[in-house]
Design a protein around this ligand. Structure first.
Ligand code: ATR
Length: 276
């Protein structure tokens, strides 16, 4: 029987996950379909029960359900528990397990630029949900120094306090972050600053970015934010948000099928979807 997969969210119509996963199912000869499901907040519990009743094999979870979904699952993977967000669910005979592949996907994406990230000191800009997934996953992956800059200082402090993994961290104010930017070999931009339509704005001045740094921006619309363009001009290696999206999907696909898929193929599919 054809296996059912999907993604639940609100809004959902622009999700690139269905095209990406359906292409993979075809490529690997797996009889499965992956559909977008529009689920409003008040229908989340009913939707999870429905997917279970339909014996869906697994599904992704996107905004705004990544935290609320946890109440309706049978088991949560420890990393997802620490992050406080689930983006991937696997159904084994009616037993639902929740995972977070966003953070680990981000790390895997970065490893395509440098397979040995551990020796780099990192600065993360932002302290929201995406930052939390990335921070915890980088700490778990063994990156030993991760500092944070966020508009709201207290949120960055709270994020560091709640990290269960061993890591050296401090919160920087904007002035210090801008002044000491050249001390970081990894700079990660996790806020929405620079995203369409407000593409001109910068999260902080890129003036002191080191030419030895990798600079990553999780935005992929536009493909190169003003921040990334400035980093590239200074000689840094840059990465946009496509890798994080592709690798979170690849890790989800692996959880469901046991196959770690061809990420170059996925990337081509996503770029085609974006018209780039
Ligand atoms: P996500 O899940 O995408 O991370 P989020 O949890 O709402 O979204 O977090 C958004 C992050 O972007 C926060 O770090 C937020 O800063 P605050 O903690 O100060 O709110 C940051 N952010 C969003 N818009 C911003 C802006 N205009 N200027 C500075 N920071 C901004």
């Amino acid at each position: 029987m054809k296996k059912l997969f999907g993604v639940i969210g609100d809004p959902i119509s622009h999700s690139m996950s269905p095209a990406m996963h359906n292409d993979l199912f075809g490529f690997y000869g797996i009889d499965a379909a992956y559909l977008p499901f529009h689920v409003s907040k008040e229908n989340l519990e009913a939707a999870v029960k429905g997917l279970k009743a339909l014996e869906a094999s697994g599904f992704n979870v996107t905004i705004p359900h990544k935290t609320d979904i946890m109440a309706y699952l049978d088991k949560i993977d420890p990393l997802a528990e620490a992050i406080g967000a689930v983006n991937t669910v696997k159904n084994e005979n009616g037993f639902l397990t929740g995972y977070n592949t966003d953070g680990p996907g981000f790390v895997k994406g970065l490893e395509t630029i440098d397979a040995d990230l551990g020796s780099r000191s990192a600065l993360i800009i932002g302290a929201g949900g995406a930052s939390r997934a990335i921070f915890f996953s980088m700490a778990q992956a063994g990156i030993s120094r991760i500092d944070l800059y966020n508009r709201t200082y207290d949120k960055a402090e709270e994020l560091i306090r709640s990290c269960p993994f061993n890591v050296e961290s401090k919160v920087l104010n904007r002035e210090t972050a801008e002044k000491t930017l050249n001390e970081y070999q990894l700079v990660i931009q996790t806020t929405s600053i620079g995203m369409v339509p407000d593409t001109g704005s910068l999260p902080l001045s890129p003036e002191n970015i080191s030419q030895d740094a990798i600079v990553s921006d999780i935005i992929y619309n536009p493909l190169q934010t003003t921040f990334l363009k400035a980093a590239s001009k200074r000689g840094a290696a840059i990465q946009n948000g496509i890798e994080m999206f592709v690798f979170q999907g690849a890790l989800a696909f692996e959880k469901w099928t046991g196959i770690f898929p061809d990420t170059e193929r996925m990337k081509t599919n996503v770029l085609r979807n974006l018209g780039g």
